[in-house]
Design a protein around this ligand. Sequence first.
Ligand code: SIN
Ligand code: CO
Length: 369
Amino acid sequence: MTDTLPGARKFLAQFWQKKPSFTRGALRQFADALDRARIFELACRDDVESRLVTGTRTSWEVERGPFRRRDLGRLPPRNWTLLVNGLETVLPRARALQQSFSFIPYARHDDVMASYAAPGGSVGPHFDSYDVFLVQGAGQRRWQIGAQRDLGLIADAPLKILRRFRPQREWIVDTGDVLYLPPRYAHHGVAIDECITWSVGFRAPGQREMADRFLTFLSDQERADSSYRDPGLKPQRHSAAIGKDMLRQIKTMLESIRWTDADIERCVGEYLTEPRAGVVFQRARHISAHAFNRRLHVHGVRLALPTRLLTSGDKVFINSETILAPPLTRLVLGQLADDRCLPAGLRIDASTRTVLYEWYRAGYIEAGD
Ligand code: SIN
Ligand code: CO
């Protein structure tokens, strides 16, 4: 459990998924992690998802990146916000910010977004469908929030804007202040001066998404590959009618699909470790297993920024791949999964070193802790 946010246990019991919380100055150490120039640079990359939101009140425009540097330089002095998503996959400090919330399981972590806003810049009053920590970087922002039930949106707007927003609480936030909002809580943040705001977002698998995913998983496992058969077919009087026998056979076909808890575990593990869309792992320059082992011993290893690594019992899931690990390997990989690194000098058995070497070659891990 992290010691960055004091009182994680109390926070989870009183606020998480229940009500907003506001903490002054809880995460000041990320103030210098981003500035205007760096956000502009990120918004010009084609491997970073970015949006530019311009507008106020009822008139809004959204443009999607990647942008050209000179277009960003020509933006007006007020009323726009540039947003960049998935920063934990490209920026070590963004991954570190996400790690500040390691008291919440990684299986719930989604992405880290940052926004750079000119004075008056906002994305409008809205709600998000996920839990979020809004961490103020540089500059000041006014946040207003409200526990309203009416979540009706302005029709035809290019982004989700609440038709009626009834704020109940308000703060002027400064560097390091942290506002937590549970899913579907109405909020509106307006930049007072040029400001940077981090959004650390969480994911919660939906039933529809999981059902889709699980059926695909079963079919990929060839657990649902029988087909209708009708060797005794007779000539048809009503050729358009779906026969009773066909319905009966398909019902039996569906009812005979079987799965186990281990299937669910594997499907969930592979789903939750699926790399963020667009991520490409940089394969390391080839080195021998012997040279890798030496590096492992001298420098330790760390997960590549985009790598997702989770564990469940004897299974280890990395970037949507499953491995069944013997106890010793599980122990070491469990430490790597929790800390995202292994220190130098750790005694590691041969079969675990083989797994780590493969991951190194795939670009899933890097040397150094
Ligand atoms: C922002 O950073 O401007 C918007 C963040 C949010 O409201 O989710
Ligand atoms: Co929001």
